[in-house]
Write a protein that binds this ligand. Structure first.
Ligand code: EPS
Length: 398
């Protein structure tokens, strides 16, 4: 990210989360409802734990917006942690509260706990786990909601759905690039964001089973971007390639272990003639992307060739590992006594794949917005829109 940049701050049981987003042009209509809608989507999903009953996330816009419109200055946001009332001393910034709760000395396998404690020289693992927690993603979704609103002004839409939870996969899975709107609507009504009703039921059943066993589940979700103009990102340098930028953004979500674009790993098994998306030309092809005449009948590339958008929907999938906080005991070693123990935890989520899909949308929106501003510039929405319109007009006459 360079034209658009953001930072988040905040601990899971601290006072709240803050975020700053810089680079959104002036004149974008923005309200806290635009953001809260996305926050609510992230909080939903079958398999979440007790914490989500405590929180009801809302974003307060602290700066960068005046009378319902962005003014070009950094947008800062605040989300309060309702759980803070239970941690006011335990997570206090004041030295006088030192030692008010016991130190955490037992690292959970699969978490940042052990490496973080060693790296930052902490004898209390809480100083690591509070920030490594996926609670932080609430702010990424809030900031991503601003990016989504920005992109919608250019006819660019982003949605997601869950393909797999544990061993249960959508039947006859084929990337849903056609009718994506209908797929997203169905996903919105599923408790696990899965548009296939039968698979959805099996997934909730699997989650119930994991709850009983004190175990957790991961899965795979897909994010689809429609309406992105041809030419976002660039082939000229490794760090300008859009697929690489998306992979980093998605991989940077807690617990994500794999990212693929388009046919991804499947392409490795096939021959070139099966994988490439052949190019056709017909002057008047209906929608905006195809109005320039060039079009494809397949989308194995997932909308990106040579690190640039090619006008087809951008299709990204991410695999999430099972959540590492388990009720079921796992073996570990106390960092102080060096004694072995079996880690058991009371409160945690069992499955957060549906929430991760919403976070995936947010991160994707930030990368696409960055690439759009990089290509078209503009300090006001009017200017950016003018620049986009000029480019699209030029493409028609190419
Ligand atoms: C998380 C552990 C749980 C999750 C949390 C992420 O929180 P707690 O330890 O308070 O029970 O609920 O997720 C959120 C709070 C959230 O908003 O998504 C972890 O360790 O990563």
């Amino acid at each position: 990210m360079n034209k658009l940049r953001f930072l988040t701050a905040g601990e899971s049981h601290g006072k709240g989360l803050t975020g700053i987003l810089e680079g959104i042009p002036a004149g974008l209509s923005l309200s806290s409802e635009d953001i809260d809608r996305e926050l609510k989507r992230r909080q939903a999903g079958y398999g979440r734990g007790g914490r989500m009953k405590i929180e009801s996330d809302r974003a307060e816009i602290i700066s960068g917006v005046r009378w319902g419109k962005t003014i070009g200055s950094p947008i800062s946001l605040l989300i309060e942690n309702k759980d803070w009332k239970n941690w006011e001393q335990g997570m206090s910034s004041e030295a006088e509260h030192t030692g008010s709760i016991d130190a955490v000395t037992r690292p959970r396998p699969g978490h940042a706990d052990l490496s973080g404690a060693l790296k930052y020289d902490h004898k209390d693992i809480r100083n690591i786990l509070e920030r490594s927690s996926a609670r932080e993603t609430a702010m990424r979704v809030a900031i991503g909601a601003v990016a989504k609103k920005f992109l919608s002004e250019f006819g660019i839409d982003i949605g997601s759905y869950v393909i797999q939870i544990g061993s249960v996969q959508i039947s006859n899975f084929k990337s849903q690039i056609s009718n994506s709107e209908e797929i997203f609507q169905k996903a919105e009504t599923s408790p696990v964001r899965c548009p296939d009703e039968e698979a959805s039921k099996k997934m909730t059943g699997l989650i119930d089973g994991a709850v009983q066993k004190g175990d957790t589940l991961g899965g795979i979700f897909e994010v689809i971007v429609t309406g992105a103009p041809i030419g976002l990102g660039s082939h000229i340098q490794w760090d300008k390639r859009l697929d690489g930028r998306l992979a980093q953004a998605l991989m940077g979500i807690q617990a994500i272990k794999g990212v693929e674009i388009g046919a991804g790993f499947e392409t490795a098994k096939k021959s070139g003639s099966e994988v490439m998306d052949e190019i056709f030309y017909e002057k008047a092809k209906g929608n905006r992307q195809e109005a320039i005449g060039f079009y494809r009948e397949t989308n194995h590339a997932g909308g990106i060739e040579g690190g640039m958008t090619n006008g087809m929907p951008i299709v990204i999938r991410a695999a999430m590992k099972p959540i590492p906080t388990l009720k079921k005991a796992l073996r570990s070693v106390d960092i102080i006594t060096k004694e072995p123990f079996e880690a058991a935890y009371e409160r945690s989520d069992t499955c957060a794949v549906p929430a991760a899909a919403v976070i995936g949308e947010a991160m994707t929106a930030l990368v696409i917005s960055d690439a759009l501003i990089e290509k078209f510039g503009g300090d006001s929405m009017e200017e950016t829109k003018r620049n986009v319109a000029g480019y699209l007009e030029h493409l028609k006459n190419f």
